[in-house]
Design a protein around this ligand. Structure first.
Ligand SMILES: [Zn+2]
Length: 125
């Protein structure tokens, strides 16, 4: 990985992931050009909408949850750090899904950093 990942960013992402009520707990942090943390989020259940019974609960993924808190302009050229934690809050590997990849691309996200096979990886859009 070419980027330097600050420890406080990792801690924030892990803390977010630990808030998730779902089986696979993901967290995401959005970092601006100056290295500032602009947004954060975790995967969570959302309501299915009025009068709609889906039989299963829908969810919002961490990357999307973090980006949705920002304006359309604020989402451009950012770095998204996506993590997953285990039951004990320990860092686990997890790559962004196809849906989040396409959402990040549409947002104009520069790069997503995630952990796979024990090392941090970068996905450029
Ligand atoms: Zn996703």
């Amino acid at each position: 990985m070419k980027m330097k990942l600050r420890q406080d960013v990792v801690v924030t992402a892990v803390t977010e992931a630990a808030k998730s009520p779902m089986l696979f707990r993901h967290g995401a942090v959005v970092i601006g050009k100056r290295g500032d943390i602009k947004g954060k989020g975790y995967n969570n259940y959302i309501s299915a909408g009025r009068g709609i019974e889906l039989g299963r609960r829908r969810s919002i993924h961490a990357e999307r949850a973090a980006l949705m808190k920002l304006s359309v302009e604020e989402r451009r050229d950012v770095v998204v750090v996506a993590v997953r934690v285990g039951e004990g809050g320990d860092l686990r590997e997890g790559a962004p899904c196809k849906g989040c990849q396409s959402f990040m691309k549409r947002c104009g996200v520069r790069v997503c950093v995630y952990m796979l096979e024990g090392e941090w990886r970068e996905m450029y859009f």
